[in-house]
Write a protein of this length. Structure first.
Length: 434
């Protein structure tokens, strides 16, 4: 499946979404703060509101004076009351002399009295202290107090607007991710016919395309495996039928031999026919064996740590004896190393059997078959060198023997290497050091 060219990305779309949300949130903040500030200023600067607030704080101060027996010169207690209020300043004046000023809470007005120091803004009110009446100037910073609350409220509401826009913009992407997750779960359950939903033009689209291609690949692979399984089943069924036919004929000829075994002419005829049927069965068995090797082979047994001589010596002795009986000349110079290697003895014997069969078919009897040990980095093994028959011995090569031997060596953690140089052929078996 050809992937679509991406013309946008999640990062770019998210950036645009954040920028738009920030713009709307900023405009919302400005509208709330400026508009609310204008309305708040009109209300907080009205004479009626200021009078009510002043009276509330004056009542609180008067109650505090009576409860704590505060005098006009008691700076510590007056400062304690001022610090307990949100935003209020006071000044106490008696007989034209300042006795306390919250702007200068630590000043000693009794030692350095200042007469006639008054403020031009705010109102003066008459209150009774523990040591007599005095004039109190009170000024409240009511607008700044409520302005801070308006600022916090505007920031919170603007952030909520920003967050809402971002969440709304990401809702489609989140829903698509959840849909892909559900479809992947369906695919994990083994259902490969349901396609992956493709939408958009970003990284998630590329991911969905890749997932759908992977799903289609798995589906086609499963179909090929089913076809191979069915083909194997058909082949086994057909071969079983083909094998039963000569077996039936063999049983028939055996029975005829029992009945007419005394007649030399009949006996030779039946024996010839039996030989033909057996040869036919052998051909069918070879065919079945090749098919089994090409379709797969059971895993070799676990290896064990033995010396190369213990794991391979007997099998090579049988190879030399078999070749000698067939008229070959074997030259062996095997000086074994004592280091252990990883060998599956049964698998190694099968490998040497395949080499023996290969040599009988294709080696030149006029040239010696040489066996020599060798070592490489991390491996030890043996090399078999022989000359090739000019005509190939009249045998058609299927390559099954060496392929099977190579698979067996790989299962043991080793390697089989083969090389042809002119009329000389080499096979090297390498086993991993333990």
């Amino acid at each position: 499946m050809k992937l679509r060219i991406r013309r946008s990305s999640i990062r770019a779309r998210l950036g645009r979404l954040l920028a738009a949300a920030a713009l709307v949130g900023g405009l919302c903040f400005l509208g709330l703060y400026l508009g609310g500030g204008h309305l708040l200023e009109g209300y907080l600067t009205s004479e009626d509101f200021l009078r009510r607030q002043d009276q509330r704080y004056l009542s609180s101060l008067e109650a505090y004076i009576q409860a704590e027996s505060v005098t006009a010169w008691d700076a510590d207690k007056l400062t304690r009351w001022v610090y307990g209020q949100p935003a209020v300043s006071i000044q106490v004046v008696r007989d034209g002399v300042v006795t306390y000023d919250s702007f200068y809470p630590n000043a000693d007005f009794s030692a350095n009295s200042t007469a006639g120091q008054t403020y031009e803004w705010g109102d003066y009110h008459q209150l009774t202290f523990a040591d007599g009446p005095a004039t109190v100037w009170l000024y409240g910073y009511y607008y700044y107090q409520y302005d801070a609350r308006l600022l916090v409220a505007a920031l919170v509401l603007s952030f909520l607007v920003f967050l809402g826009i971002v969440m709304a913009g990401l809702q489609g992407t989140i829903a698509y991710i959840r849909q892909l997750s559900r479809e992947i779960g369906v695919m994990e359950g083994g259902t490969l016919d349901a396609p992956i939903t493709i939408q958009g033009r970003d990284e998630l689209t590329d991911l969905a395309l890749s997932l759908d291609a992977m799903r289609d690949s798995f589906r086609r692979q499963g179909e090929r495996e089913r076809e191979l399984t069915q083909a194997n089943q058909r082949m086994v069924t057909e071969m079983s039928h083909d094998l039963r036919t000569p077996l039936t004929a063999i049983l028939l000829y055996v029975e005829l031999l029992r009945r007419n075994g005394g007649e030399a002419e009949k006996r030779e005829e039946y024996l010839d026919r039996l030989e033909g049927k057996v040869e036919q069965m052998r051909t069918l068995a070879d065919h079945l064996f090749r098919h089994a090797l090409s379709s797969g082979e059971t895993a070799a047994e676990e290896t064990e740590a033995v010396t190369l001589e213990a794991g391979l010596g007997d099998a090579l002795s049988e190879l030399a004896a078999c070749l000698t009986a067939r008229g070959f000349r074997v030259e062996a110079d095997l000086r074994w190393s004592g280091r252990p290697v990883a060998v599956d003895c049964a698998g190694a014997a099968r490998v040497v059997d395949n080499l023996t069969s290969n040599l009988i078919k294709y080696a030149d009897p006029g040239e010696p078959v040489r066996l020599s040990p060798l070592e490489r980095e991390g491996f030890a093994g043996v090399r078999v060198t022989n000359g090739l028959r000019p005509s190939g011995g009249g045998a058609e090569s299927s390559g099954v023997g060496l392929v099977s031997a190579e698979r067996l060596m790989e299962r043991m953690g080793g390697r089989l290497e083969q090389r042809t140089a002119g009329a000389e052929f080499q096979v090297t078996l390498l086993f991993r050091y333990m």
